[in-house]
Design a protein around this ligand. Structure first.
Ligand code: FPP
Length: 233
């Protein structure tokens, strides 16, 4: 029997730069194409019955890229999310952002908070967009949050378990069932380390701007035919 549709899918949207360079375009054109692709493929993923989609849009390490590229991406986050706020509301998608505040500008951070607020009652599904995100940083920040709650007598230390830990992370989301990485790199690159513990991993050489509905169907088919034991069998 096939596995059911994954509840939580994560995507490392890699290869925008290579996609652009191969076509003689600027790397930043690849990021723009990546954003357009995200909107299209992400909705399709929800249509398939997936409830939660986490995407890696900008890692803490990405700040080491050229100033031009970092500025382009920060500007894209602000302009695209502002322009598309109705897109998310009309499609009934709740948008959450995960990552550290520093060194994001107030403009980027405030845009993220506004979109979260505007979409907070949307019910069809959740897009968790990771910006200025690192998986080890999330584990450290979660440990600090838990330590503070215990110190303030708001949490009993015995109530911290593998299962309850999820709700203290940046966002209270279920474990990831399927993680997809585009562009041929076979690494996790510090993405959602705790939540990926039992995820099935799928790697494709397709660059993210070409990761369309058919490409997702291939990943889903592969996932549904796997023998998923989560250590039990
Ligand atoms: C990796 O490709 C991609 C990024 C660092 C940025 C991802 C951003 C987007 C897809 C656009 C914004 C999307 C959302 C949802 C806000 P790369 O530049 O590392 O490509 P390369 O490995 O070919 O150089």
């Amino acid at each position: 029997m096939k596995n059911s549709i994954p509840n939580h899918v994560a995507i490392i949207m890699d290869g925008n730069g290579r996609w652009a360079t191969r076509q003689g375009k600027k790397r930043t054109d690849g990021h723009y194409a990546g954003y357009k692709r995200f909107k299209q493929t992400a909705l399709y993923i929800l249509d398939k019955g997936v409830k939660y989609l986490s995407v890696f849009a900008f890692s803490t390490e990405n700040f080491k890229r050229s100033e031009e590229e970092v500025n382009y991406l920060m500007n894209l986050f602000v302009t695209a999310f502002k322009k598309d706020k109705n897109f998310f509301i009309e499609n009934d998608v709740r948008v959450l952002f995960s990552g550290r505040k520093e060194p994001l500008s107030d403009e980027v951070y405030n845009t993220m908070k506004q979109i979260e607020e505007m979409t907070k009652d949307c019910k069809r599904g959740v897009f968790n967009v990771c910006i200025n995100y690192g998986g080890q940083a999330e584990i450290v920040d979660t440990a600090k949050k838990i330590a503070r709650l215990v110190k303030d007598n708001k949490l009993d230390i015995n109530d911290i378990t593998e299962e309850t830990y999820y709700k203290y992370q940046y966002q209270d989301l279920p474990p990831i069932d399927l993680m997809i990485r585009t562009s041929g790199e076979i690494r996790i690159s510090n993405f959602m380390l705790y939540s990926l513990s039992y995820a099935e991993l799928y790697f494709t050489s397709t660059c993210f701007p070409d990761f369309d509905e058919k490409e997702f169907d291939k990943a889903l088919e592969d996932y549904q035919n796997r023998n998923i034991t989560k250590g039990k069998a």
